[in-house]
Design a protein around this ligand. Structure first.
Ligand code: B12
Length: 260
């Protein structure tokens, strides 16, 4: 369906507002920006000017979306409750805000039959300007020899206190010069700070200190920390203690294995 750029802009703004109320941020970009940096095997199969949007969860998602979701639904199947909440919230906001568009929605945890992730969340966050993706290739003379170090995205206001949850591709919308690529803020610019960041993310990610590499405006609440610090197998008991789950829910053996 032909859609004017004004209509597209309005759809994006309404999605931004509705997801913001649940503690999410969104950043639009063009598929071509993502495909320009990834290898062929990871390309998104859409024309270069196709509109895409990356969705991040901020610390308040836990209180604004997750706890209310737990109150309103019981854990339906073996999927992670945070993932269930994110897909429920994102898909309902997308269908409300893009009523006349076909939108392909992929989540960070979804894999292709080839076992590759459906989208590279960190690359999408970087090319959209949401959060800088610090990789080994950003370090001159990396001190780790042949060891592969995983890269990490840092948001200039949230540090590492966020997750990259979803990619939306608005299949039939092509965007032109009205959408310009902006670099994400480079908030870890010194080489020694980048080395410290990658070491924290790779060697002691469990202590979450990588998340505080820059001063932040918000971070996870004590309740959210307790949830994610609890080993996955014990989260059912924790939710029960908090009064969110009944014995019957517990018997369904929800598998909870994610961190935020
Ligand atoms: C598989 C996976 C893992 C694996 C392997 C990690 C890896 N990076 O390969 C394991 C199990 C080890 C893992 C662990 C963790 N993970 Co993990 N993981 C993923 C997952 C699902 C896919 C990553 C992947 O397969 N990448 C494939 C490789 C090939 O991609 P790549 O190295 O980025 O290479 C591409 C880029 O370099 C790009 N490229 C090339 N040149 C350039 C230039 C520029 C400028 C750019 C932008 C890109 C670019 O092209 C390459 C591909 O062709 C993502 C979610 C997702 N859907 O993306 C989460 C994700 C990366 N994980 C995440 C986290 C937080 C973790 C953990 C801390 C655990 C947790 N969940 O709390 C640990 C920490 C890592 C560690 N120290 O072990 C977060 C990272 C958030 C952030 N701030 O960056 C993600 C994004 C999940 C999320 N929802 O937010 N993870």
């Amino acid at each position: 369906m032909a859609t004017s750029s004004k209509e597209v802009k309005e759809c994006i703004e309404s999605l931004r507002e509705s997801l913001k109320s649940y503690g999410f941020e969104i950043y639009p970009f063009k598929v071509g920006w993502y495909n320009a940096v990834t290898s062929q095997a990871h390309h998104l199969s859409y024309p270069a000017d196709t509109l895409a949007v990356v969705v991040l969860s901020t610390p308040s998602m836990f209180e604004r979306a997750f706890l209310p979701f737990l109150k309103s639904q019981s854990c339906e199947n073996v999927r992670d409750p945070v993932d269930q909440c994110v897909s429920h919230t994102v898909s309902s906001c997308v269908s409300q805000c893009f009523p006349n568009q076909s939108v392909d929605v992929s989540y960070d945890y979804e894999m292709l039959p080839s076992r590759r992730p459906k989208f590279l969340a960190q690359t999408a966050a970087h090319v959209s300007g949401a959060a800088y993706y610090y990789q080994m290739s950003d370090i001159h003379n990396p001190p780790w020899g042949d060891k592969k170090m995983f890269g990490v995205c840092i948001h200039h206001k949230l540090g590492g206190w966020f997750a990259i949850r979803a990619l939306l591709v608005v299949k039939d919308v092509q965007v032109g010069a009205e959408l310009q690529q902006k670099d994400p803020p480079d908030c870890v610019s010194a080489q020694e700070d980048r080395i410290e960041l990658l070491e924290k993310f790779n060697f002691c990610w469990q202590d979450w200190t990588y998340r505080d590499i820059v001063p932040t405006e918000e971070s996870y609440s004590p309740q959210q920390r307790e949830y994610f610090f609890t080993p996955p197998a014990q989260r059912v008991a924790l939710l029960r203690r908090w009064g969110f789950m009944t014995e019957t829910d517990t018997e369904k053996q929800c598998s909870m294995n994610k961190q935020g």
